[in-house]
Design a protein around this ligand. Structure first.
Ligand code: NAP
Length: 284
C-alpha cells in the first residue's frame, strides 16, 4: 500500500521502541486487509510524553500502542478507560474516536487469545505465575475476569503478589477466577499446577543462562509451560520443561495475541493469528 494524502496513522509510543515487532505485525495486517493505514514507532522522552499523547488528537491519528515505560502514566491523559484497564492499572492501546481518546489493555487478553489459538483450556485449571510485575498482573486479572480458574502467584517481593490478589479476591467485583495462593520462591511446588507461566525477565538478555526458581521446578508430564520471553526463541526454562515432557510455548503468542486484539480495536476488522505467526517464521 502506498502512503498518500488519505493514509491513516497508528503509532507506537514508548522508550525505547526501536526493537519492537509491532510495526512488522500491524503493517502486514494493513497490507493484507487493503487498508490505507501505516504503523510507525515514536521514541518519546519523559518530558515530551504528555504532548505526544495530545498529538494523537491534534494530528488525527487513528490510535496508538503504548509501551514501556508509559503504560500507567498514559491513563491520566485519556478521556475514557475500559474497566479491565482500570483494574490492571495500565493501558497499552488507544483508540481515537472522533477526538476522544479511549484506553484499552490487550496484554492479558492477548495472552488468553494465544492460548485459545493453541487449544489450551483455562476454565477449571490451576495456573501458576512466576513474577508479579505488569505482565503477571494483566494476565492474572484478564484470566480471572473471564474464566473460573485458580491462580497461584510466586514472586520474590511478596507484597507485589498480594496487591494483585487484593484486586482479584475483592468480592465487590465479579471475577470468575480466584487467586488461591501467594507464595515466595522457596514455597514453590508445581504439584497440581496445569499451566506454568514465566512472567519474569529471567532467561533473556544478561539472564539468558538462568532459569527462574530452577531448583523448585518439579515439572510433570503434559504440564503446559509458557515463557513470556520470545528472544531467545527457546529459553533454558522452556528447554528444561520440554525435557520433562511438558507442552511449551514462548512469548510470541502473547505478542501476536495482544496485537491482533489492538488491530481489531482500531480497524473493526479481524487479523488472523496464524497468518501473522507464519510471517514471523521468515524473520525469527
Ligand atoms: P516488570 O513489571 O518489571 O516485573 C518483573 C517481575 O519479574 C517482577 O515480579 C520481579 O520480581 C521479577 N523478577 C525480575 N528479575 C528477577 C530475578 N532475577 N529473579 C526472580 N524474579 C525476578 O516486568 P513485566 O513488564 O511484567 O515483564 C516481565 C517479562 O515478561 C519480561 O521478560 C518481558 O519482556 C515479558 N513480557 C512479554 C510480553 C509478550 O508479549 N510476550 C509482554 C509483556 C512482558 P520482584 O517483584 O521480586 O522484583
Amino acid at each position: 500500500m502506498l502512503i498518500d494524502g488519505k493514509t491513516k496513522t497508528v503509532a507506537l509510543i514508548g522508550n525505547p521502541v526501536e526493537h519492537s515487532f509491532s510495526p512488522f505485525i500491524h503493517n502486514y495486517g494493513f497490507k493484507i486487509n487493503n487498508l490505507n493505514m501505516v504503523y510507525i514507532n515514536h521514541s518519546v522522552k519523559k518530558d515530551d510524553f504528555r504532548e505526544a499523547i495530545q498529538g494523537i488528537k491534534a494530528l488525527g491519528y487513528t490510535g496508538a500502542n503504548i509501551t514501556y515505560p508509559y503504560k500507567t502514566e498514559v491513563m491520566k491523559y485519556l478521556d475514557e478507560i475500559s474497566d479491565e484497564s482500570k483494574l490492571i492499572g495500565a493501558v497499552n492501546t488507544i483508540k481515537n474516536e472522533n477526538g476522544k481518546l479511549i484506553g484499552y489493555n490487550t496484554d492479558g487478553l492477548g495472552f488468553i487469545h494465544g492460548l485459545m489459538q493453541e487449544k489450551v483450556k483455562i476454565e477449571n485449571k490451576t495456573i501458576c505465575l512466576l513474577g508479579a510485575g505488569g505482565a503477571a498482573r494483566s494476565i492474572a486479572i484478564s484470566m480471572c475476569l473471564n474464566f473460573n480458574c485458580r491462580v497461584i502467584i510466586c514472586n520474590r517481593n511478596i507484597k507485589k503478589a498480594e496487591q494483585i490478589s487484593s484486586i482479584i479476591n475483592n468480592e465487590d467485583i465479579d471475577f470468575l477466577g480466584k487467586i488461591v495462593k501467594v507464595i515466595s520462591p522457596d514455597e514453590l511446588n508445581l504439584k497440581g499446577v496445569d499451566i506454568l507461566v514465566n512472567c519474569t525477565p529471567v532467561g533473556m538478555s544478561n539472564l539468558s543462562d538462568s532459569v527462574p526458581f530452577e531448583d523448585r521446578l518439579n515439572f510433570s508430564k503434559n504440564m503446559v509451560v509458557y515463557d513470556l520471553i520470545y528472544t531467545p526463541y527457546e529459553t533454558k526454562f522452556l528447554t528444561f520443561a520440554k525435557e520433562h515432557g511438558c507442552l511449551t510455548y514462548n512469548g510470541l503468542d502473547m505478542l501476536i495475541g495482544q496485537a491482533v486484539l489492538a488491530f481489531e480495536i482500531w480497524t473493526d476488522m479481524p487479523l488472523d493469528f496464524y497468518s501473522v505467526k507464519k510471517q514471523f517464521k521468515k524473520i525469527i
